[in-house]
Design a protein. Structure first.
Length: 301
């Protein structure tokens, strides 16, 4: 990659970070996290350029995070990964001291698991799009972002399956489509269709397309097949291109709904959206069923 911009000036450090992250096809979440930690590191060290710093400054910053900010080990590791990415990938520096920086020991936590009756109470307290989405997460074991990023073409009612694109590790996989959710998902598709038709009538930009598909297939982003299964009810600016377009539902919408439902259901456990995934896997093991062939539990009906 070129080290200078079109104007002949060297790009700013954070712009270099963004360019390198995108070159390696990391997610937008990773990009935001790395930029956040690198910016904090530079500010913590008095706005000095990272090339002027080394092991002592990196170690001091990580110590400050652990002692003064009391960050969790996972957060500490993320900050360290961002700094290692900065030096190795962006600045092209790979010095021996970088291999000597220790990572904090990961804490082993027992995941929160709800009983079948608790899951029923939680789901009964959810309605609308959030209720269908929560039932889908529990019935398939999908992660929240995997479900939110579903496109219309990824749902196959005839084969009773959903194709998860770019899941963890960048891999695609198939999950079962719960029969009890056929009706709810078809109604969600009808709602999404109305949103898609309104966007087309108003001439709004197409939805975001991965990789270079928008250039390879210019009309695909405006097609019904590529539209979001869970479209947002508002238009937002694309963080990369700056285009105002419709994205999928914001993840915090379900997270907040689950928190409210947990309080309404009077659950004493610390319930999050990810709890549905843990509960799904645990209930399968308890029933002695195979995750690849199991039929959806009656609790989601």
């Amino acid at each position: 990659m070129s080290s200078t911009s079109s104007s002949g000036q060297a790009p700013r450090l954070l712009d270099q970070v963004r360019a390198c992250v995108r070159y390696k096809h990391y997610s937008i979440r990773t990009e935001k996290a790395y930029v956040y930690w690198i910016r904090m590191f530079v500010r913590h060290q008095g706005l000095r350029h990272p090339r002027e710093m080394g092991a002592a400054e990196v170690q001091a910053f990580l110590t400050w995070l652990a002692n003064e900010r009391s960050v969790a080990p996972s957060t500490h590791n993320q900050a360290l990964s961002a700094l290692l990415f900065l030096y190795r990938e962006v600045l092209g520096i790979d010095l021996p001291w970088m291999k000597e920086i220790g990572r904090p020991k990961k804490r082993e936590r027992v995941p929160v698991v709800l009983s079948s009756s608790e899951v029923r109470r939680l789901l009964d307290a959810l309605d609308g799009a959030e209720g269908v989405l929560a039932r889908l997460l529990y019935g398939t074991g999908m992660r929240l972002m995997e479900a939110l990023r579903l496109r219309v073409k990824d749902v196959d009612f005839d084969r009773n399956e959903i194709i998860v694109r770019e899941g963890k590790g960048g891999k695609d996989r198939r999950v079962m489509l719960p029969g009890a959710l056929h009706g709810a998902l078809r109604r969600q598709l009808e709602r999404a269709r109305r949103v898609w038709e309104a966007d087309r009538d108003e001439g709004r930009p197409s939805v975001w397309m991965p990789d270079a598909l928008a250039r390879k297939y210019p009309r695909a982003g405006s097609s019904w097949a590529w539209f979001w299964l869970w479209p947002s009810d508002r238009i937002a600016r694309d963080p990369v291109s700056g285009v105002l377009r419709r994205h999928h539902l914001y993840e915090q919408r379900l997270q907040r709904a689950v928190k409210r439902a947990s309080e309404q259901a009077r659950l004493c456990k610390p319930v999050t959206v990810h709890t549905l995934r843990h509960s799904f896997a645990t209930h399968l093991l308890e029933s002695g069923q195979d995750i690849r062939t199991v039929q959806v539990s009656a609790v989601i009906q």
